[in-house]
Design a protein around this ligand. Sequence first.
Ligand SMILES: Nc1ncnc2c1ncn2[C@@H]1O[C@H](COP(=O)(O)OP(=O)(O)O)[C@@H](O)[C@H]1O
Length: 984
Amino acid sequence: MPITSELGTLFNIQRKISQHKRKQLKKASHEQSLTNGDSQPNSDEDSDSEIASVGNVPILNQESISSDVVHTGIVVEDNNAKDLSGLIVSDETKSLAINVVDTEKLSGIQLEDLIGMIRNAEKNILLLNQARVRALEELEKILTEKEALQGEINTLEMRLAETDARIKVATQEKIHVELLEDQLEKLQNELTHRGGSQRSEVDMFEDQNDPLIKEHKNGLSSLSMELNSLRSENLSLKNDIQALKEELINVKSTDERVVTLEKERSSLESAMKDLESRMSVSQEGVSKLSTLKVEYKDLWEKVETLQVLLDKATKQADQAIIVLQQNQELRKKVDKLEESLEEVNVYKLSSEKMQQYNELMQQKIRLLEDRLQRSDEEINSYVQLYQESVKEFQDALDSLKEDSKRKAIDGSVDDMPQEFWSRLLLIIDGWLLEKKISIDDAKLLRDMVWKRDGRICEAYKVSKEKTEREAVAAFLRLTSSTTSPGLYVIHIAAEMAPVAKVGGLGDVVTGLGKALQKRGHLVEVVLPKYDCMQYDHVHDLRALDVVVESHFDGQLFKNKVWVGSVEGLPVYFIEPLHPDKFFWRGQFYGEHDDFRRFSFFSRAALELLLQAGKNPDIIHCHDWQTAFVAPLYWDLYAPKGLNSARICFTCHNFEYQGTAPASYLESCGLDAHHLNRPDRMQDNSAHDRINPVKGAVVFSNIVTTVSPTYAQEVRTAEGGRGLHSTLNSHSRKFIGVLNGIDTDAWNPATDAFLKVQYSANDIQGKGENKEAIRRKLGLSSADVRKPLVGCITRLVPQKGVHLIRHAMYRTLELGGQFILLGSSPVPHIQREFEGIANHFQNHDDIRLILKYDESLSHSIYGASDMFIIPSIFEPCGLTQMIAMRYGSIPIARKTGGLHDSVFDVDDDTIPNQFRNGFTFLNPDEQGLNGALERAFNLYLNKPEIWKQLVQKVMIMDFSWDASAAQYEELYANSVARARAANRT
Ligand SMILES: Nc1ncnc2c1ncn2[C@@H]1O[C@H](COP(=O)(O)OP(=O)(O)O)[C@@H](O)[C@H]1O
């Protein structure tokens, strides 16, 4: 192939390659611009808010880029700028090298940073594209130049080839000329040799006009002409060659330029590649950018939401500030009140017992204020009536005065004129007809007049100068002293300690009953006659020769009635003669038909009261099992004549409400249709079910629970187990009264279950009881001072079983000993603790006894140094009070009744004389650890202080006295209101 065509092919290939590259570059550039162009509408569609912010960015403002890049994390790299300089790229373009930072970091950047980054990234992309376009233009110029040069090279190469050919011809001709010159020279030499001799020959020839010579002469001249022409040709060829050589040099220099251009081209290509890779990086950046845009959109929405919330919060804050200001004013008032309270407290400090009652007194004051307000309302309504009567009474008094003047007033009763007695009778009848006194009172007063009772004469004398109201009161005092000194209270309950006790309810019925009895009230208890009762605690048990019939399932069933005394209280035991043998089940609760068992019992108990002709002032029912008493009383028994009583209901634990399908209510004779309403017995969560506890709250005159804090807790959605709304709407009759304990039954000085009795004055016996129980349960006695932690409880979630379990292990870690007495109605919990009991059965420092054992419970209270009660919630809790009575320091969670009875030894906000234990707030292991460790620390490191603490808690008063007084007052007020209402 000729050189020219070879060069031409090469050139074509190169051109094609460069064209192809250019096309690709253009295409890439076009696509890029499309991509950039597309992203904006897309983002427009995506978010209006984004449009507003991104669209307004002055993206061609170069200054804004440089100032923002560092801030947003997009940085210009100097190296990249140097690479680009070879392409004659503008300075601005150099700043387009984007260092794509970790987008994860970006997402964490503040919102403003994010917006700035998006703006700058867009600016960078645009400038990058501009730089690419310029680079392409430059490249195109260079390629055009290169093409022109290539053409020149081709021409030169052709001319070179021609020149080569001509040089060859010229060389051949030169050789030929040289040959001719040689021949010519030889001929000349020959001619010269022939010289003189031959000169004459030549001359002869000339002279002689010899034709050979002539021919020879002609030949020579033509040769010399030819030679001359060849010489001149040779000269011109030399010139040509010289010119060609120069051209060749030019060509070489052109080649060198081509090589340079090639180098430039390849560096351009590598720059292009670099640009391409940067483009792809920037494309990634773009995709990340769109992710960021989405994130930005989300963030923006959140910001807007936050803004709305902020506005709201600001408004609330404003309101809060106002409230706060009001609060501060209130606070000042409260502070003043507290100051005066403290003064009162200081005064009350003279009696330690009074201080302990301080809180209860405050509560009582609140209750009294409440009551006072209500009775004020009632009284006001009577005032008018009284005022009307005053005049009449005054007239009667005036006439009596006149009589008195006439007769000797200080004479004997018998001397009083008949007119005096008649007038008294008329006054009494007037008060009766005007409903100022009840029929019973009127009857009693009439009897007194009839019998010429000196007391009524005396009452008249005392009241004759007084108002009618005071006179009525003076006469009624006569009737109440005539009838009974106290109230007649009947408890209808499912438990009573110690004969039928499952938990605190049994303790309360007996403890409260005995305390009320001591205060002069007549107290009776009605219980189911369980087959599993502790009959040895019932004195003089006997069946009455009477059968009480009660309705159930539309039929009459007989009930056998037993009487006996328990802890000095008269008790009626009802034994239903029903085929289902309701109370012959070997356990108190947990039967599938508990609802039927106890609704039957509730009705039978009321039937007993009715048939026995009892007229109690108070019927006190407890928990869901006897909650049916309240609606039964008002719906069925009050109409039948058992109408003397007010109903008091105590809920000992709102976790147990005894709900059932509404139709179940029919069995005991209640009208399910009538009662299954939101304002009556309908369960607040399941509307096809009735709720006995709710029914009792609605239908009772007094509703109590077992501690003030628990009473507050159950009025909240979290603590009320669905009944908070009902309790709130009946709040006027609802109150928390802290339970007490039966200090006779729980007395370490007399407790027959203890190995050694002891008291606060002599606590040595406590150590002996500790030693005795260690021996009994097989625990190590090696270290007398090793602290013993006790726990006696039903093992149910409420009691914080996971914390009890943790306390056992933590006690061992701390070097103590642990005794757990408890049982669980929850099978899996019982199984779990059985597993732990087996695991530790031969352990030196821990023992689990998983049963109910009254006697052992006394021994544990007597032996333990500390007592753990980590309840999740606790309506009242008795074990902490019993433990303290036995000198065992409680470690308790601050909830419900525990909060009202255990006060932390390290809590400076509590007066020192009330501090009696270790408490923790959070129901978790850390919370418990803290309290347990503090207790161990004090026990081990400060034995004297510990001893003082033990003696202090043993004499704290947790008796029923204060609580019974509160109940007495609640009862009395309710009865008084009823009587007042009956009179009107
Ligand atoms: N396994 C048991 N053996 C003996 N007495 C127990 C047992 N478990 C609990 N008790 C007693 O039951 C009463 C618990 O009352 P309380 O603390 O009000 O809890 P609750 O009524 O919720 O069970 C205490 O008198 C305690 O001594």
